[in-house]
Design a protein around this ligand. Sequence first.
Ligand code: NZQ
Ligand code: ZN
Length: 391
Amino acid sequence: MDNFTFYSPTYFVFGKDSEDQVGEYVKKFGGTTVLVHFGGKSAKSSGLLDRVEASLKKEGLKYVMLGGVKPNPRSGLVYEGIELCRKEKVDFILAVGGGSVIDSSKAIAAGVDYEGDFWDFYSGKPIEKALSVGTILTIAAAGSEGSPDSVITKEEGMFKRGASGDAIRPKFSILNPALTQTLPAFQSAAGITDIMAHLYERYLTNTGDVEVTDRLIEALLLTMKHEAPRVMADPNNYEARANIMWAGMMAHNNSCGVGRSQDWNSHNIEHELSALYDCAHGAGLAVTMPAVFRYVYKHDVMRFAKVATRVWGCQMDFDHPEVTALEGIDAFQHFLISIGMPANFQQLGARKEDIPKLVEVLCRGDGREGSISGFVTLSEEDCTKIYEMMV
Ligand code: NZQ
Ligand code: ZN
């Protein structure tokens, strides 16, 4: 196991009706003037925003509202949010929504007191200072409720990049599984896929002897395998929603990733797809991961064979472990298809003729020098072949 530090100070409030206490938590973490940031329509139409406003009013907090965050959140609304916060002297950002709303909130929080362009943080500058952020999560997926990360799409050029820093970790996150019961089936499935991707991207490691985190990841993958079909069959299954929601947080606050190298090639390859085609991040991952895994599995056949036997119930073929490894990848892809995820470029809405452009931005964008690295280093030629496997 490698040396590591682990710092995850978010205060979690989990359970039914927990959002009704949001005003108390904003106060507890020092907020006086709040930006309530939200998405397109779900938070409004479910009545959630009304309850949030009532709780803020009850605590005597001032607030302004800014909606309109789109999935794969854009830089334009971040600039608007930063201006609004400066004008209204906002000192706390409350995200009401999914990963996109939370990431947009984090970007605004980082930008308000920064004199330069907030995009500097998405070009490699670490975030050291930000307004406080709190969240009310409405979809189990990105894990942004417990992570120090934010992913934004730059509208000039339509490419997606991440920024990171403990300063943007949410001070509190309110997780009520019942809020996720209004999700369309496709969004539930995309979220489940993203959670499983966060687990796989950590499982694919070059660090040896990491049994505790391997076992944690396997447990969470098994939980997802068990709970996902229950939610797809009955969207109102509170207990299954609850298990998925907490798994989504655990998958990405890095408790399963400490002390080990991690992959993230699938995420990097996918981010170009959701930036260019505006597809759901989880749907893009459902197409990306099987291709990446089939391309790289020979780098560590036994690791893929291990997840195949421990999670997907495959029989170990000791004479031909590569067969077991591939069976596990097939089983994972069948699972993703069974919950309604796409299997190829066509189903995702991606185009073969764009592959050179995707590879160029992926491997040359933002100072990259012709490759991406993770579990294995992938050259432009490798990435081209991987995208071609998705067609
Ligand atoms: O805008 P509304 O109307 O709210 O609709 C949203 C949106 O269309 C809808 N939705 C959310 N909660 C709902 C609901 N509809 C009905 N009922 C509810 N309770 O779901 C759609 C997707 O929402 P979004 O926030 O985009 O989903 P998700 O949480 O998957 O976030 C995706 C974004 O997170 C980034 C992705 O790249 C993508 O931009 N990621 C962020 C990470 C992080 N910050 O740590 C890590 C991830 O790997 C990921 O890259
Ligand atoms: Zn993700």
